[in-house]
Design a protein around this ligand. Structure first.
Ligand SMILES: Nc1ncnc2c1ncn2[C@@H]1O[C@H](COP(=O)(O)OP(=O)(O)OP(=O)(O)O)[C@@H](O)[C@H]1O
Length: 293
């Protein structure tokens, strides 16, 4: 994602005399950020997400920036006249992939979400959970710059939920942005760069989420890595983890638990790979091999 997406003084109401659902909304979605949107039922979260995804236009105000966007709606139209694989292949081709590449990518993403066995099943016969996997798969297929997820985890099984969390971390690590709504407050806990609550018709920024994950705000992992003194950490690692150097070449990284796989992948696939000394899960600070007593 090259530029911010910005909502400036945005208002939305349905119908000329309908009540304002949102009004005076200013929001910046910057590259590489994860934004959570909360709010009570019916306050306008989905309305906001549709505006962010640019599937809807504001009644007043303006939106600038047009990143390549994918959206997972709260309700996915499951009765489309395709098989799961046929639908995804078709969408891949719409996103500009060749037919062969689209077919391959569609198969890969179904496999990733544990739905490969349903590749040839007509969409209308898929269970709710598998249909939701297809909804998520269609959004990830084209590696969007902006991913907008409206309750996308609802109906997924545990492995698929974890996979979607990983996919979110991958998108932000790659410099994309993700905006999501989820009813589970533990979803991606500690990971969002910002959390906004829709209150009345406005948006309030919650102050307790920041880019540096702190123990206690959600599950975190502590990773200690070593490399030659002076070597810079991979940019993806710096983007998703808080880092401190305790001795020349020894770095302590604190990362939201949901991002730990992506962090390790960035470290281990660097050239040359970093030496991962220890990984401490959920609040256990590992022994510091770099400290001197
Ligand atoms: N297409 C539409 N036409 C008319 N009114 C709408 C439309 N979409 C949403 N609304 C109304 O706008 C308000 C906000 O709805 P929205 O779905 O954005 O809220 P939400 O916070 O996402 O709700 P929920 O938590 O139930 O998903 C509601 O009063 C809803 O009835």
């Amino acid at each position: 994602m090259q530029h911010d997406l910005r909502l400036v003084g945005v208002g939305r109401r349905y119908g000329i005399r309908g009540p304002w659902v949102l009004r005076g909304i200013d929001l910046v979605v910057a590259p590489g950020t994860l934004i959570r949107v909360e709010g009570a039922n019916g306050t306008g979260k989905s309305t906001l997400l549709r505006l962010v995804a640019r599937l809807d236009t504001p009644t007043e105000g303006r939106i600038t920036g047009r990143p390549h966007t994918a959206y997972v709606p709260e309700r996915f139209p499951a009765s489309l006249p395709f098989t799961a694989l046929g639908y995804l292949t078709h969408l891949g081709a719409v996103h500009g992939l060749s037919r062969t590449a689209a077919h391959q990518a569609a198969g890969d993403v179904l496999e990733r979400f544990g739905a490969a066995a349903y590749a040839d099943t007509p969409m209308s016969r898929l269970s709710k959970g598998t249909s939701q996997k297809v909804a998520v798969a269609q959004a990830l297929l084209a590696e969007p710059e902006l991913l907008v997820l409206d309750e996308a985890w609802t109906g997924l099984d545990a492995p698929a939920r974890a996979e979607l969390e990983r996919a979110v971390a991958e998108r932000t690590a790659a410099g994309g942005a993700v905006v999501f709504v989820d009813h589970d407050p533990r979803r991606l806990a500690g990971a969002p760069d910002a959390t906004y609550t829709v209150v009345e018709t406005g948006l309030e920024r919650r102050t307790d989420s920041g880019s540096s994950p702190e123990p206690g705000t959600g599950p975190v992992a502590f990773v200690v890595v070593q490399g030659p003194p002076g070597r810079q950490l991979p940019p993806e690692a710096v983007r998703i983890a808080a880092a401190a150097e305790s001795a020349p070449g020894t770095h302590h990284l604190t990362v939201p638990g949901s991002h730990s796989d992506v962090l390790l992948r960035a470290l281990l696939t660097a050239s040359p790979p970093w030496h991962v000394v220890s990984v401490g899960p959920d609040g256990t600070r590992p022994h510091d091999p770099g400290s001197r007593s």
